[in-house]
Design a binder for this molecule. Structure first.
Ligand code: PGA
Length: 254
């Protein structure tokens, strides 16, 4: 059965103390996850160890990094390598978030390097794709996201890519309060799965979770997650409010 995932993306928000309280408030409710359900907290680097110690081992709750560097190691002051994340026993890392593509000039080929390093270090990339508004308005979103997958992922072997998590995040829906309709989400998720199937076959495509991101809220999560090809969400704003994120975790498909 394909994994269902509620992933929080805190971005550059919350102090250490606020982060600790938020984790406590969420984890104290002890929402029982089924074996195919995961909750992931993509927290700022300085909170990774805190998050690792707050989530109980052997449960389906995990910390994730929000980024990693595309080089293995070296003279890159201020950067964090995948090997460093691995040495902290971190198992997930967001790769290619649209904010990093936009503000840090991350290209599809740089992201291919990051994905490779993640897999070499036993870290599952949460690979983000998604189109800006003008591409959606021109009706070219399918080609746009297919190119993102092709240029960053399609060098991977089937037995490797089947372990990835993809997050489709239309840029026009991120932090704007504008959510893709369930029809829009299902349509493009189904398309992404068909692109994966064409390259790797149905069995591999069927295994890859595709999360939706972009103004997922407590009151729309259930409807979005009910789409057959939407396997959970990558959640920014609403993941900063315990009560809201708890509802989003509970909205995962059974
Ligand atoms: P949002 O952010 O939920 O605040 O729209 C989603 C994301 O950027 O991952």
């Amino acid at each position: 059965m394909r994994k269902q995932i509620a992933a929080a993306n805190w971005k550059m928000n919350l102090t250490y103390q606020q982060g600790e309280k938020l984790l406590d408030d969420i984890l104290d409710t002890k929402i029982k996850l089924a074996s195919h359900q995961l909750t992931i907290f993509a927290v700022p680097y300085p909170y990774l160890l805190l998050t690792r110690s707050e989530v109980e081992e052997g449960t389906n709750y995990f910390p994730a990094a929000q980024n990693c560097h595309h080089k293995k190691s070296g003279a890159y002051t201020g950067e964090i390598s995948v090997e460093m994340l691995h040495s902290l026993n971190i198992k997930y890392c967001v790769v290619g978030h649209s904010e990093r593509r936009d503000y840090n000039g991350e290209t599809n080929s740089m992201l291919a390097d990051k994905v490779n390093l993640c897999f070499e270090n036993f870290i599952t990339p949460i690979f983000c794709c998604g189109e800006p508004l003008h591409i959606r308005e021109a009706g070219s979103q399918n080609d746009f996201v297919a190119t993102q997958l092709r240029e960053s992922l399609f060098h991977l072997e089937p037995q490797v890519i089947k372990n990835i998590i993809i997050a489709y995040e239309p840029i026009w829906a991120i932090g704007t309060g504008k959510t893709a309709s369930t029809e829009q989400a299902q349509e493009i998720h189904k398309y992404l799965r068909s692109v994966l199937a064409k390259q790797y076959g149905e069995a591999v495509a069927d295994e890859i979770p595709i999360l939706y991101g972009g103004s997922v809220k407590a009151n729309n999560a259930k409807e979005l997650f009910s789409c057959p090809d939407v396997d959970g969400g990558l959640v920014g704003g609403a993941s900063l409010v315990a009560a809201d994120f708890i509802e989003i975790i509970k909205a995962l498909k059974k």
